[in-house]
Design a protein. Structure first.
Length: 720
């Protein structure tokens, strides 16, 4: 049979017909993934979200100046701090950002190197737009290899197809999403593949090479995306279990320490994660299991009978006690570096934050059961089948038998991934990865069992065909149903630069504003805005900003929030203290009657800065009830009349309206909607700030949703 499938022979390599099938399915998975990820390009070929603009700028710096300059780069166009005589007696400026120490270095490095090799026919901007879709789609091959090592070729092929359409993974890796997740997942899964393949290899030289490269690649993942460190948790637990589920202890004795040493060494060479990770909780989560593994194997060799169990148990208890004692002592003496709160919160979901800035970020929102089903759909059921088959199905006679060590790894990564992803929506992609692995393994074994069924000694093709049709239908279902909210439609979203992160129709208002600032403001102008828009302003307008999406300085962000929510006079003093020349604000509204009213009427609260009043107040440590009604959404008159943001907001309330009863009220009542009219409040030389630019949608009074950007110039001669 094998000779019939063989197409040609090259040395010791036989190319068989089934290789064409494998290659064909992988090409199909890659193409499907790339097409789905490319949907945002329909609205315009732009980078998506906020961070990609900084990442493009950093990559551009490498391409234009080289790596040595990049690692010395102190970016003076971000996190501007004016010289302060108290803090800087010499008058030196402490502003700016140490880029390599605060960035995903391997993302910029990988993009710059691959651009020089593959992308020279494109502009760098266009290349970085394509980069995440290409890397994300190439990962279908990596996960094929990973799952193939665990559960066989069929399982690997199923995993590649599932990965190609996974909603949580693709939504964070569409075209233009030049952020850390796509490359971090690529490196992380490739590192896992090399690690598992290495410890399974019977050739010591090949095993050593794979283990070394596993450590290097996984460290690259750490330097590409901080979330890659969550792969360390299942690896650490897997190392703890290896002495009990693997017979080849000789390879483990040198292979695991080699992997951990290489990984920690390379990780420590980067500024981020750096030595703090190596000598912190992350490093110890691998070092302690490695010590346990070595000790456990030695004890098993020198002990006999009941003494072996007793000694291993004693070792386990000793490491737990000593490790706990060292952690407590180290925490008291500040010896062990702990991760930031959001990473600790992912490990311990019961932690609560008192930082409004952390709570205000949408990506840190906990998931709900309904959202979890939307993100994973039918895969949750098949993953459960996979767990059941892995735990209870006895197939040791089968050539596709999954060994105990791989079963343990699958169960560990499944449990830890679902646990970690339960905290933040952003981490749902870890749940998706584990569900893909479990589903593909379970489905592959189930398929083989179905295809072995015979009736009266004959294979029943009707059962096989029906099974295939049902499986295909179930897995296509979330891609097409419900009609207006399926996986495909949910990923068909315009880049945020066209919507301002609202649900309103795309416009060019932000792009036009950035171009206006670049052309019409001095090159040394300092722009104040909320941190959401900092990267857009710095990258597209080439102007200096005070805060941006890196959120490196909590005090500066707090000061900006306070500026928006303080009285105009106090805000002017804060703007002067921050050395700001212009203020950029963003609003969204619904025009509800331009054609039938002499003065158009608007409903605000569509996703611009007007919806962030609660968070501005919380971050500034001001009582939100002073500015918002009981719904925490509708502004009070105090907000409009006595805050800088209220004065810069070009609307004034007219009446409150109940849509169901069609009742009007001159004062706010629960359930009523605020109706406003357009009114520019700061447009003269006597005001603390003056409106100098309004994006096109502001002056277009067509009915419907609108988003617009306003630029105010700070009046340096204002006399309070």
């Amino acid at each position: 049979m094998d000779s019939q499938n063989k197409l040609f022979e090259a040395g010791n390599f036989n190319f068989k017909l089934n290789y064409f099938v494998i290659i064909g399915i992988l090409i199909l998975a890659f193409s499907t993934s790339f097409l789905i990820r490319s949907q945002p390009a329909e609205y315009g070929f732009e980078l998506n979200e906020f961070d990609p603009f900084f990442n493009f700028r950093a990559t551009e710096y490498i391409v234009e100046n080289g790596f040595s300059e990049y690692f010395q780069w102190h970016d003076e166009k971000s996190w501007h701090l004016p010289p302060h005589p108290l803090h800087n007696p010499t008058g030196s400026n402490a502003s700016g950002r140490d880029v390599s120490a605060t960035s995903q270095v391997m993302l910029h490095t990988t993009a710059a190197i691959t651009y020089e090799i593959f992308g020279t026919n494109l502009s760098l901007y266009d290349y970085t737009i394509l980069f995440p879709a290409i890397i994300g789609s190439l990962t279908v091959i990596v996960i094929f290899g990973l799952v193939r090592v665990i559960g066989g070729t069929l399982a690997g092929l199923i995993a590649s197809i599932l990965f190609a359409v996974s909603f949580p993974i693709i939504i964070r890796g569409t075209i233009g999403w030049f952020k850390s997740e796509p490359l971090g997942i690529f490196y992380g899964l490739l590192g896992l593949y090399l690690f598992l393949s290495g410890i399974k290899s019977e050739n010591k030289k090949i095993a050593a090479l794979k283990i070394i490269f596993a450590g290097i690649i996984l460290s690259f993942g750490m330097a590409s995306w901080g979330g890659t460190q969550f792969f360390i948790i299942p690896i650490g637990l897997f190392i703890l279990a290896l002495p009990f589920v693997t017979k080849d202890h000789k390879l483990l004795l040198w292979g695991i320490p080699l992997f951990v040493s290489v990984f920690l060494l390379i990780s420590g060479l980067f500024e981020r994660p750096g030595p703090n990770f190596v000598f912190g909780l992350g490093g110890f989560s691998l070092i302690i299991p490695t010590i346990f593994l070595i000790g456990c194997i030695i004890i098993q060799k020198i002990s006999h009978g009941k003494n072996k169990i007793r000694n291993v148990l004693f070792l386990s208890i000793s490491i737990i006690i000593i490790g706990s004692f060292l952690i407590i002592i180290s925490e008291e003496l500040d010896l062990i570096h702990l991760p930031t709160f959001r990473y600790l919160n992912a490990i311990n979901p019961f932690l609560t934050t008192t930082e409004p800035l952390v709570d205000s970020i949408a990506e840190h929102t906990p998931r709900s059961p309904a959202l979890a089903f939307l993100l994973h759909s039918i895969w949750m059921i098949f993953a459960g089948i996979g767990i059941w088959i892995i735990l209870f199905k006895k197939t040791s006679h089968d050539k596709f038998f999954i060994k105990n060590d791989m079963k343990i790894f699958v169960l560990i990564i499944g449990i830890t991934s679902v646990y970690i992803s339960s905290v933040f929506i952003r981490l749902e992609l870890f749940a998706s990865i584990s569900l893909i692995i479990l589903t593909s393994i379970g489905l592959s074994i189930l398929t083989k069992e179905i295809f072995k069924i015979k009736f009266y000694g004959k294979r029943n093709y009707l059962i096989k065909i029906s099974y295939i049709i049902i499986i295909i239908f179930l897995f296509i279902l979330p891609l097409i149903f419900p009609e207006n909210s399926n996986w495909i439609n949910n990923m068909d979203l315009p880049p945020l630069i066209f919507t301002g992160a609202t649900t309103n129709p795309p416009t060019s208002d932000w792009v036009d504003t950035m171009e206006w600032i670049k052309i019409n403001t001095p090159k040394n102008a300092v722009i104040a805005s909320w941190w959401d828009y900092g990267y857009w302003i710095t990258t597209l307008s080439d102007r200096t900003t005070i805060i941006d999406n890196a959120t490196l300085g909590d005090m500066q962000i707090k000061k900006m929030a306070k500026m928006f929510m303080s009285s105009p006079t106090d805000s002017w003093y804060l703007l002067k203290e921050m050395d700001a020349d212009y203020v950029v604000v963003f609003f969204a509204a619904q025009d509800i009657g331009s054609s039938s009213h002499a003065n158009p009427l608007y409903v605000t609260g569509e996703g611009g800065d007007e919806t962030k009043i609660f968070w501005f107040a919380a971050i500034a440590e001001l009582p939100a009830e002073n500015y918002l009604h009981s719904d925490n959404r509708t502004p009070k008159i105090n907000f409009y009349e006595n805050t800088m943001l209220g004065k810069m907001m070009p609307f004034t309330p007219l009446v409150y309206y109940q849509t169901e009863t069609q009742e009007n009220s001159p004062i706010y009542k629960n359930g009523f909607i605020e109706i406003t009219s357009k009114k520019i409040k700061y447009d003269s030389e006597n005001d603390p700030v003056k409106l100098v630019y309004a994006s096109p949608s502001f002056t277009d009074d067509a009915d419907g949703s609108m988003i617009f950007v306003l630029v105010y110039e700070v009046n340096k001669n204002y006399n309070p």
